[in-house]
Design a binder for this molecule. Structure first.
Ligand code: TPP
Ligand code: SF4
Length: 288
């Protein structure tokens, strides 16, 4: 069995043939294999959407929850068992729209999570409505005259709030994405990896349109330079700039702070309570 095969899942893939989401799945499998990650110690967490289906297609622990709620679930999983590599796989609708508030507050808490956002500038699962990253003027399902809302720039917000790492990849370049994911997964704290993922069924722009606009991070860009990262992300070409954008200064993770402040051990390190105690609790619960 090759190292990528150990993540093989027999689930039938529900994505459209040729969807760039396949490139993201390949890149993630390759990154996990390069890190010699065991499926047993990996947990993927997602909400709802095409992107959020990714955990179904990889053999490991996973939690597929409510739309927009992947981050608080992942935060709980990480706090209970910090030995797990916990990765959120989500769409920009799931993560920046419905779940935007959770991402904002996760940036404050700095949990040890990798947040992998498939950004297709559209709500694909629900058939083509505008999303929080749809550019002004673009036509989408419910906006035939063109969208008149300003897109959200979460990578810039993440830089401003000192995320441990902020990077962007392109789904049609799985090799570069794999390298960024290896960096993100091995960085303690919250790492945001946004992926430009054209939706070939609902987005009006084909993959080639995106490929023409993809720009590498300038060779002289210093990821430790916060102002340079913000300037880059706030520029017209910043929307499709790919590479390592920012590396925040090291700061304690949510788990580190919680354990040192309260002297508590994560749930996974505690001995299980005697069966009699659990039975008593269950009886009390049934009677209540
Ligand atoms: C609470 C709630 N609100 C709305 C929906 C409908 N809904 C499901 S997926 C989705 C958007 C998905 O967009 P995105 O996260 O970008 O993923 P994509 O399908 O584009 O990969 C929406 C609005 C829902 N399932 N639950
Ligand atoms: S609808 Fe779009 S994002 Fe969803 S599987 Fe098809 S091409 Fe991919």
């Amino acid at each position: 069995m090759s190292r990528t095969d150990r993540f093989h899942s027999d689930a039938e893939v529900q994505w459209c043939p040729g969807c760039p989401n396949f490139g993201i799945l390949t890149a993630l499998k390759k990154a996990l294999s390069e890190l010699n990650q065991s499926p047993r110690d990996l947990c993927l967490v997602s909400g709802i959407g095409q992107a959020a289906k990714l955990p179904h297609y990889l053999a490991c622990n996973f939690f597929n929850g409510l739309h927009g709620r992947a981050i608080p679930t992942a935060l709980g999983i990480q706090a209970a068992n910090p030995q797990l590599t916990t990765i959120v796989t989500t769409g920009e609708g799931d993560c920046y729209g419905e779940g935007g508030n959770h991402l904002l507050h996760a940036l404050r808490r700095n949990p040890d999570l990798t947040v992998l956002v498939h950004n297709n500038e559209i709500y694909a699962l629900t058939k083509g409505q505008a999303s929080p990253t749809t550019p002004v003027g673009e036509v989408r399902g419910l906006h035939p005259q063109g969208l008149d809302l300003t897109p959200l720039n979460f990578p810039a917000i993440a830089v401003l709030h000192d995320a441990a790492l902020v990077a962007r990849g392109f789904a049609a370049d799985p090799e570069q994405l794999k390298t960024l994911l290896v960096e993100a997964i091995t960085t303690p704290g919250l790492a945001l990896v946004e992926v430009i993922q054209p939706c070939i069924s609902w987005n009006p722009h084909p993959i080639a349109w995106y490929r023409e606009r993809i720009r590498p991070v300038p060779a002289d860009h210093d990821p430790a330079d916060k102002v340079a990262a913000l300037r880059l992300l706030d520029s017209p070409e910043g929307r499709y700039t790919v590479g390592l954008l920012y590396r925040g200064r090291p700061r304690p993770t949510y788990g580190d702070r919680f354990r040192s402040a309260h002297g508590r051990h994560p749930l996974a390190e505690l001995a299980p309570p005697p069966t009699a105690v659990v039975d008593q609790l269950l009886d009390a619960f049934k009677r209540s």
